[in-house]
Write a protein that binds this ligand. Structure first.
Ligand code: HEM
Ligand SMILES: *[C@@H]1O[C@H](CO)[C@@H](O)[C@H](O)[C@H]1NC(C)=O
Ligand SMILES: *[C@@H]1O[C@H](CO)[C@@H](O)[C@H](O)[C@H]1NC(C)=O
Length: 362
């Protein structure tokens, strides 16, 4: 009788211990913080918030720690990495295609002018670091997404979870980069560019808030100094002309004149003062589709952070490759497809892959 009681007590203990085991890694594994926002919904099949829970549980911590060192030495890499994320996801989806073939791939387009080589190098360094602790399970595209979230979080922006499980593409397509929005676009063209990707006006205004830090080169903003619409603060304009006497002047301009190295909502205050650097920034404060959102974000940073995190998670799921997609792999290096033959046994699939490899000149 006594033995039975003990053994059922033991059983209870075992059940309790197991429940604890299930919970503890969750608490340690997620990068929890009391500023953390709720998880945004996942819409892409194959992604999840705990994708590497078993295969590489430390991946987020490895990336976070390394970036703390990198950003301390060179804070400019944070905006550099955030822009890489945007340009990767808006060209053929979040598939790390932006890293393929280096300077003769997607990077070799007008739209990708000004990408920071050292930020690109940092993603490959992160891949190598992660690979030391885990087998080849973490994709370059996931590393870029986590790094971009860190670039926001470590500079005062929102902390939020990102869904993981992307794979890397075997191909890139230079002309997909031509679909990136241009700095001389007005709001109508921006709304179109974003809605083509199922992102709405709130997502557009929130994600544009990434211009709260980082730099622009004179060629990107030159017609802001010549056009009178959207409006521009005369003193701000004189400053731009002073730093950019012509389109090729090499000295870069801060995207946010108030707090150029901080992720905050000052960008929207800039816009209300007609001090947006690009036409694409400033016009958001004039257009009836977006101006009320600009007003709200300028006076409510918490609202901006919530909407930014939500829009980031949406954008991070654009055209992702997951599971056993024939065009997907976990790259050995972020800068090249694996080139290790095709694992698929279907010869028709093989043909498709070879055909599109030829079309894409890889
Ligand atoms: C809405 C349309 C957008 C346009 C037209 C645009 C355009 C540009 C241009 C032209 C530059 C400067 C390039 C240079 O001269 O070196 C730039 C920089 C930057 N963009 Fe955007 N962008 C847009 C949206 C975004 C989004 C959605 C993000 C990220 C979520 C983003 C993040 C950045 C960052 C962080 C920089 C500074 C990069 C650095 O300092 O290295 N941009 N953008
Ligand atoms: C490359 O991207 C462009 C623009 O999105 C698209 O029209 C074209 O079909 C793509 N090419 C391939 C081979 O996927
Ligand atoms: C601004 O400059 C770009 C590139 O130089 C040009 O294509 C565009 O037409 C210009 N836009 C305006 C409104 O002047």
């Amino acid at each position: 009788m006594v033995r039975v009681i003990i053994s059922s007590a033991n059983r209870l203990l075992i059940v309790l211990l197991f429940s604890l085991l299930l919970f503890v890694p969750q608490i340690n594994g997620s990068m929890s913080s009391n500023r953390k926002l709720g998880k945004a919904p996942i819409t892409a099949k194959g992604l999840s918030y705990d994708f590497y829970w078993i295969s590489c549980p430390r991946v987020e911590r490895i990336i976070r720690k390394h970036l703390e060192d990198v950003f301390e030495k060179d804070p400019g890499q944070a905006p550099g990495i955030l822009r890489l994320f945007f340009h990767d996801c808006f060209s053929q989806g979040c598939d790390a295609s932006i890293f393929l073939s280096g300077a003769s791939g997607e990077q070799d387009t007008d739209e990708n002018f000004g990408l920071r080589p050292e930020a690109i190098e940092t993603i490959e360094n992160l891949r190598a670091l992660v690979r030391k602790q885990c087998p080849r399970v973490v994709s370059c595209s996931d590393i870029l997404v986590i790094a971009a979230r860190e670039a926001v979080r470590q500079f005062g922006g929102p902390d939020f979870d990102v869904p993981l499980g992307r794979k890397d593409s075997k191909f890139f397509n230079k002309s997909s980069a031509a679909n990136l929005p241009k700095p001389f676009f007005k709001t109508g063209e921006l709304v179109k560019s974003f809605s083509d990707r199922n992102l709405d006006a709130t997502d557009l205004v929130a994600l544009s808030g990434a211009h709260t830090y980082g730099l622009a080169h004179c060629g990107s903003l030159f017609n802001r100094t010549t056009d009178t619409q959207p409006p521009i603060d005369p003193e701000f304009r004189n400053g731009l002309i002073g730093k950019c006497p012509d389109e090729d002047s090499p000295v870069p301009i801060d995207l946010d004149i108030r707090t150029p190295n901080k992720f905050d909502n000052m960008y929207y205050i800039d816009l209300l003062n007609q001090q947006g650097v690009f036409t694409s920034d400033q016009d958001l404060a004039s257009d009836p589709r977006t101006r009320e959102i600009v007003n709200q974000f300028s006076s409510n940073q918490k609202l901006f952070f919530d909407k930014f995190a939500n829009a980031f998670v949406k954008a991070s799921q654009l055209q992702v490759l997951t599971g056993n997609d024939v065009n997907a792999e976990i790259r050995k290096t972020c800068f090249a497809p694996n080139n290790d033959g095709f694992s698929s046994s279907s010869s028709s699939v093989l043909h498709e892959v070879v055909d599109s490899a030829e079309t894409n000149n890889i």
